[in-house]
Write a protein that binds this ligand. Structure first.
Ligand code: GCU
Length: 608
């Protein structure tokens, strides 16, 4: 018995160490940063020849790895020396950016690519510290600095950082990063998804410089139970983090609160705030919030609002709201591939605004930080989703730790964003005991980490008591979430659009309902009668019939139809229609609005 317990503990230690990153520096957005974006040299390494020796032993676990280890950025000592790679003579990839759409030969590539960037760097003050910060890297990343392993990260859509203070040189630092986007059964997501597996350093990479006792983390939000109270915590990291003076100031609220951290470097606070302007859709007011220690000060812009449910209503600052939404994938509307720039975010959210949206579902994984910060400014509410998608390995402990780690990272990054109101645990996952436990544990973890937001997931549904004309939610996880949500495709995967007129929904839980997906494929510019699949008229007809059907659901509090823009997927291969594009967008990949766009726009305009 003892042996089993011991082996279980060892296994858990190994598993958790796979995700043991250093604590995230939040608000990288407004810190003292030096960008490492630009052209990086790269080596395509499908056999991971630069990572394993010929006995398949990782070089970075050897005391004196051979020169064959790519992370050493080795150079031959002389004409007879054997080194079989040379970053300098290789081609370059632009960072941020996926490799699939930058190089024709990498369009379908799934495997390892090594990146290398060289740079000089002088700390602005000797006492300061430096971290290398990755906004995202898809999917499994190993990071090396000046030949030393910093650590690894799993997950393609959340930030991570490593300290480099003691390895930094004034000249010729080299950062080598191994990125492997191979899909794996026990991954999060798993092997099967309906989106393109864009690999690489898909978002910004930067050096963050901080004081010795860095302001690591903070949570500054309106008390969900008292709207005259701002509460949260500040956490420092460094030798002098204990019993340190911290000051929070919010000038426009005439708040200047002096605090002192405890021996762990953290201090919780509650501050009474009078005459506050709450963040709202009509007035997405953001306060400037500063957090300062003796050695550093960082500022953020934070909106104060409450989000809650009451029976079947969703309340923003105690007022019921209807979420006029649309689902969005993270693809650039300006060029091909992953979208990670502020420009990409602006275009996507402007299109959502044109559609009449006050809400977006960022599917099926955390999008880049520009999206949520821009949504804060524009007064657009956001559903953020963990990539627990379809047939996850529910019984695999490492899979759960991975899912929890990715969820923890996006909550850390965005927990101060007023626009973010819903954390989605999963999308369309087949019910089972193991899956229900997995998702319930994730939901409980989320509630503890962030008690100020709502929890949802795209749940399963079925005929109501065998009656094929009445549908209902059939998912034990419905008892756990705050907001019920499901994807339904009557008229596309399930009959034709006129079927919607015959279907009614009977939702038995007294909770708000959001339809997280419905839609139909249409090739922009393909016209015909409304019964001809792939025409704009068919998609338009489906939207008209579906909106009528869904409006019959009493608890309906929101919609995020699938999807704003056509997006790439290897599953969509119908020649002359799909050609690797999922055509359910209301806008084509080259920015042209289909007829159904105006059906939804009109519906939202008429909605109070
Ligand atoms: C599913 C899934 C989406 C997918 C869509 C489709 O509901 O959630 O990720 O793209 O259906 O089939 O187009």
């Amino acid at each position: 018995m003892l042996k089993n317990v011991l082996s279980g503990l060892i296994f858990l230690a190994l598993v958790s160490s796979a995700f043991a990153q250093e604590p995230l520096l939040i608000n990288a957005y407004n810190r003292n940063t030096t960008s490492l974006n630009g052209y990086w040299k790269y080596i395509v390494d499908p056999y991971e020849n630069g990572y394993y020796n010929y006995r398949y032993e990782p070089f970075d676990q050897q005391k004196n790895p051979s020169k064959g280890a790519y992370f050493l950025n080795s150079k031959p000592d002389g004409p007879s020396d054997l080194v079989e790679y040379n970053f300098e003579k290789m081609d370059s990839l632009l960072v941020p950016g996926d490799w699939n759409t930058q190089k024709e030969r990498l369009f379908y590539y799934e495997g390892t690519v090594w990146y290398k960037k060289e740079f000089d760097y002088a700390l602005s003050k000797e006492s300061n510290r430096a971290f290398v910060y990755f906004e995202a890297s898809n999917y499994k990343t190993e990071v090396y600095f000046n030949g030393k392993k910093l650590g690894s990260h799993v997950g393609g859509f959340t930030p991570f950082n490593f300290e480099v203070t003691h390895l930094l040189k004034k000249k010729n630092n080299f950062l080598v990063v191994k990125v492997d986007n191979k899909r794996v059964k026990e991954g999060v997501p798993t092997l099967n998804t309906d989106w393109w597996n864009y690999g690489g350093l898909t978002r910004d990479v930067k050096i963050i410089e901080t004081s010795e006792s860095v302001i690591q983390d903070y949570f500054v939000q309106l008390d969900p139970k008292n709207k005259n109270n701002i509460k949260g915590y500040v956490s420092l990291n460094g030798q002098k983090k204990a019993f340190a003076d911290v000051e929070i100031s919010i000038p426009k609220l005439k708040i200047k609160q002096k605090l002192k951290t405890d021996n762990s470097g953290t201090v919780a606070f509650e501050i009474v705030a009078k005459n506050m302007t709450y963040w709202s859709l009509e007035n997405p007011f953001l306060y400037e919030v500063s957090i300062a220690t003796k050695a550093e000060k960082i500022t953020d812009t934070i909106g104060f609002r409450q989000i809650s449910t009451k029976g079947s209503k969703i309340l923003l600052n105690d007022v019921p709201i209807f979420l006029k939404g649309i689902s969005v994938h993270e693809e650039s509307p300006i060029r091909d591939g992953r979208g990670a720039s502020e420009e990409d975010a602006k275009k996507l959210l402007q299109w959502a605004r044109e559609l009449g949206c006050n809400y977006v579902r960022l599917a099926h994984y955390p999008h880049n930080e520009h999206m949520v910060r821009l949504a804060d400014k524009m007064g657009i509410l956001v559903w953020e989703e963990n990539p627990v998608y379809w047939t996850i390995s529910w019984k695999n402990e490492g899979t759960y730790e991975n899912a929890k780690n990715q969820l923890s990272e996006v909550i850390d990054r965005d927990k101060n964003r007023a626009s973010v109101i819903i954390w989605s645990m999963a999308n369309e996952t087949p019910t089972s005991k193991a899956r229900n436990t997995f998702l319930t544990n994730l939901a409980n973890f989320t509630k503890r980490k962030d008690p100020t937001r709502l929890i949802s997931a795209a749940l399963e549904q079925r005929d109501y008591k065998g009656n094929k004309f009445i549908r209902t939610i059939d998912d034990p996880f419905a008892d756990v979430v705050d907001v019920l949500s499901f994807n339904q495709y009557i008229g596309w995967y399930d009959g034709l659009p006129e079927k919607a007129a015959k279907i009614n929904w009977k939702i038995e839980q007294n909770k708000p309902v959001i339809i997280s997906e419905f839609g139909a494929g249409a090739k922009y510019g393909l016209h015909g009668n409304k019964y001809t699949r792939w025409t704009e008229e068919y998609q338009e007809y489906l939207y008209i019939e579906t909106l009528k059907m869904l409006s019959r659901i009493d608890q309906l509090q929101g919609l995020s139809p699938w999807i704003l823009v056509d997006f790439r997927s290897p599953r969509r291969v119908l020649p002359e229609i799909q050609d690797t594009w999922n055509r359910k967008g209301l806008i084509s990949e080259d920015g042209k609005k289909k007829k159904a766009f105006f059906v939804l726009k009109n519906f939202y305009e008429k909605k109070e």
